[in-house]
Ligand binder design. Structure first.
Ligand SMILES: CC(C)(COP(=O)(O)OP(=O)(O)OC[C@H]1O[C@@H](n2cnc3c(N)ncnc32)[C@H](O)[C@@H]1OP(=O)(O)O)[C@@H](O)C(=O)NCCC(=O)NCCS
Length: 222
């Protein structure tokens, strides 16, 4: 039987599966916002066809299942019946700059995507509200969560937005969850003027940890 409590020693980092589980009713349907989702449960959902921004949806579904199996991988999603319509992922940082400088209190918001035909209807923000503005779920208060925004990861093509407009939308959206820009020497961020490192410092992070993070951003202590 699968371990749905997720509290064994190899997975101490993760909050229990479905720590977040809420119904979100809209004119367009009754969504369930849930996470972190157990890999076994993720397998039972289909990924909606319009979730193909990073990979074709079938391959992205497989990638999400693999990530959910990792000891640090967290998937939160908005589901409608048997389909995932929108998701947000977290893990230990995968960007080369941060792999070298990772520390225990650091997590990365890896990707976020809403099905093309369901965008701009508030689903992305509903998931983020449930994760970051939820008094009964304070897991992320114990971490510095980074979000490395690069023009490569944005859907400029179908949104018809220019990089600066897209950047502004991202900045505005993430600011509501206390993600703010941090100066960094990370060459991947510096390679395009629109790229940006955002970070959310959890309320339980102390000043020494913030200083350490700031030094990591600038490559001072490497
Ligand atoms: C970014 C993304 C996940 C947002 O998901 P979503 O479900 O459409 O988000 P919401 O409907 O909650 O909207 C979030 C904000 O973006 C704005 N927005 C979304 N799409 C927009 C568009 N095409 N034009 C202008 N504003 C837009 C909304 O107005 C809202 O703004 P607010 O914070 O001022 O209220 C979605 O656009 C997407 O999948 N993009 C492709 C992948 C990507 O770029 N991911 C982000 C980097 S990993």
């Amino acid at each position: 039987m699968s371990n749905l409590t997720n509290q064994d020693d190899s997975n101490v980092l993760k909050p229990p599966y479905d720590s977040v589980k809420q119904i979100h009713t809209t004119e367009l349907g009754r969504f369930q916002i849930r996470g972190p989702i157990a890999p076994e449960i993720l397998c039972q959902y289909q990924l909606s066809d319009g979730l193909n921004c990073f990979r074709p949806s079938k391959r992205q579904h497989e990638a999400l299942i693999e990530l959910a199996k990792q000891e640090d991988g967290l998937i939160f999603a908005a589901t409608l019946a048997t389909k995932i319509i929108s998701y947000v992922t977290f893990q230990k940082p995968e960007f080369p700059w941060w792999i070298k400088r990772c520390f225990p209190k650091l997590l990365e918001l890896g990707s976020m995507e809403t099905d093309l035909s369901w965008r701009n209807l508030g689903l992305g923000k509903t998931i983020l509200d449930t994760i970051f503005l939820n008094s009964s779920f304070n897991f992320f208060d114990n971490f510095i969560v980074i979000a490395v925004h690069t023009v490569h990861s944005w859907d400029l093509k179908t949104s018809c937005l220019d990089p600066w407009s897209y950047r502004n939308i991202m900045l505005k959206m993430f600011k509501q969850y206390n993600f703010v820009p941090w100066e960094t020497e990370d060459p991947e961020v510096r390679e395009h003027p629109c790229n940006i490192l955002l970070a959310r410092v959890g309320t339980n992070i102390c000043s020494e940890e913030i200083k350490h993070f700031s030094n990591c951003c600038l490559g001072v202590n490497s």
